[in-house]
Design a protein around this ligand. Structure first.
Ligand SMILES: [Zn+2]
Ligand SMILES: [Zn+2]
Ligand SMILES: [Zn+2]
Ligand SMILES: [Zn+2]
Length: 281
């Protein structure tokens, strides 16, 4: 029966289907796609059925419009004071919905309007609002959210690169420290060698002098056991035989000192490089 297809609840999908002209004509046994809508009958119809509808005497003056401009069906509600009457009028002065009997009895001279027309107009505004959200606001918001996800990913990659750079810089500073340490140890070695060499030279001097003294003692012992008077060294040339070479002078080495650099953590930080970030607040 045609009636079973007559009332089609409104959905956004419905609107999209309309755009593609896939909605089927409501006339019984007609399978054409519908492009029109009879407002008083609340029926979608094809071009052929519309022409027929407008030629039939009893439906001749029905308002048939393109499907997208159709009027929305007002929800049916009976008047409490006149239960046989639908509430289908609005009094613009009092801003209340009315049935025809209430309108005649209580709102004479007021500006009355067809409630279904008002309802349908407002309905369209809300539908357009949904379309606006779907076509404009939601895609933009979703894209922005996508951008934020991509930014988050990029920030993580950038921070990983910075972490790597920090480790490389630290490794480089450690290598420089090792090089400076090696240079210093080399310098210590050279100083040590030079000081030892000087001490060895002095040691040799004293060794020579000690032998000289031992020889001198032997000579003097020889003098003391001399058993003649002639040419006796004790008697003759005494001053010559008592002559002794002076003790070689000692040169006390100057001990090297290591003065540690007064470096703080901040000094190292200054050598290191800096992370700069824009102030996000
Ligand atoms: Zn009709
Ligand atoms: Zn048809
Ligand atoms: Zn009433
Ligand atoms: Zn009124």
């Amino acid at each position: 029966m045609a009636l079973s297809k007559a009332v089609i609840p409104y959905t956004i999908q419905d609107e999209q289907v309309t755009a593609q002209h896939f909605l089927i004509c409501c006339t019984e046994d007609c399978e054409n796609s519908c492009q029109f809508y009879c407002n008083p009958c609340y029926k979608p119809m094809c071009e052929e059925c519309r022409d027929k509808h407008q030629k039939t005497p009893e439906t001749k003056y029905h308002e048939v419009v393109p499907y997208r401009d159709r009027r929305q069906k007002l929800p049916v509600e009976k008047c409490k004071d006149h239960p046989s009457k639908d509430i289908d009028i609005i009094c613009e002065n009092c801003q209340v919905p009315l049935c025809s009997k209430c309108a005649i009895r209580n709102h004479r001279g007021h500006k009355l309007d067809d409630l279904e027309t008002v309802y349908s107009d407002r309905f369209t505004i809300f539908v357009n609002k949904i379309c606006d959200i779907h076509q404009y606001l939601l895609p933009i918001s979703q894209n922005m959210q996508k951008d934020i996800k991509e930014d988050t990913k990029e920030i993580k990659e950038i921070m990983d690169k910075i972490r790597t750079s920090i480790k490389i810089e630290a490794e480089y500073l450690k290598q420089l420290t090792d090089m400076v340490m090696t240079d210093n140890l080399e310098q210590v070695k050279k100083i040590e060698q030079s000081l030892i060499k000087e001490l060895q030279r002095q040691d040799k001097n004293y060794e020579n002098y000690n032998s000289y003294l031992e020889d001198l003692i032997k000579d003097i012992h020889g003098y003391l056991s001399f058993d003649k008077v002639t040419d006796n060294p004790i008697i003759f040339s005494l001053s010559e035989h008592l002559k002794t070479k002076p003790i070689p002078e000692t040169k006390k080495p100057v001990y090297p000192v290591f003065t540690a650099g007064q470096n703080s953590k901040d000094d190292v930080a200054n050598l290191f490089g800096r992370i700069t970030a824009p102030n996000t607040k």
